[in-house]
Design a protein around this ligand. Sequence first.
Ligand code: C2E
Ligand code: CA
Ligand code: CA
Ligand code: CA
Length: 279
Amino acid sequence: AKADGRNCARFFDPSMQDAADRRAAFEAAMRDGLSLGQFRLYCQPQFDSLGRVVGAEVLVRWQRGDRELIGPDQFIGFAEESGLILPLGEHILRESCRALARWHLDANLGRLKLAVNVSVHQMRDPRFPAAVANILGGTGAPPERLYLELTESVFAEDMQEITGRMHELCSQGIRFSLDDFGTGYSSLAYLKRFPLSALKIDRSFVRDIGVDAGAASIVEAIIALARKFKLEIVAEGVEFEAQRAFLFDGGCSSMQGFLLGRPMPIADFEHAYGTAGIG
Ligand code: C2E
Ligand code: CA
Ligand code: CA
Ligand code: CA
């Protein structure tokens, strides 16, 4: 079947050749970007119900050239397909831990948690726990401030393998959050089986608070569930005062969103929320 005319025609299809070229060029550009330090950490602040900053989420941006700033939705998927997510993820984690070590010396920043998104491809890598130990040791970051955010896609993996790896990482002192909760393969059984410290309520539920009664009920149910399992709860995508009020009245412990603070370059974050800043 491989040699039939159709496949040959497809193989030599010039538009496919273009697509392959484009992928190769993108991959080369990402590799160059990695070695040039073009993947920059942005931080979005997280607040408690009294309006105090309690942490930040790291969101990566690709500063490709002077003017072009590329968001993660444009390259994380590609990085996962090409395998570049492993060196990219390690770069992000190392820079995050360097930040935590710096923050440790500052009275304000030293209290903050830092959440870092981790791809399922990183969790599949048996060398990941050793790489994390190496980064923690090398930077001197306090591990208890570091939260790794996993999406429910990890639940589609070999459960023993993933929970084993999570336990290895937890024994180093770091914690896990379950990101985008309620949007994927969620099952209540996973909340018990995996060593989790926090749940993040997905933006899609927050968006629909006040729009449809169902979303508000789902949010209330998630908060109740998190409390039963003694998990911290972080709401994301808070854009309106009414959403903020509903979430805090309902017992949500912290939140992030454009209402409270946008993702910003990490240096700006440190200036805004460190003792040297106004915040
Ligand atoms: P996420 O982890 O769900 O991150 C939250 C996304 O919501 C971010 O988009 C953030 O900028 C955006 N956001 C925050 N507050 C609001 C709000 O009030 N309203 C709205 N509409 N959006 C808000 P971003 O930075 O484009 O990141 C997109 C996704 O890319 C992230 O979704 C995460 O899955 C992935 N990502 C980002 N950084 C990394 C990383 O370092 N590693 C990996 N593996 N994935 C990353
Ligand atoms: Ca996240
Ligand atoms: Ca999220
Ligand atoms: Ca989300």
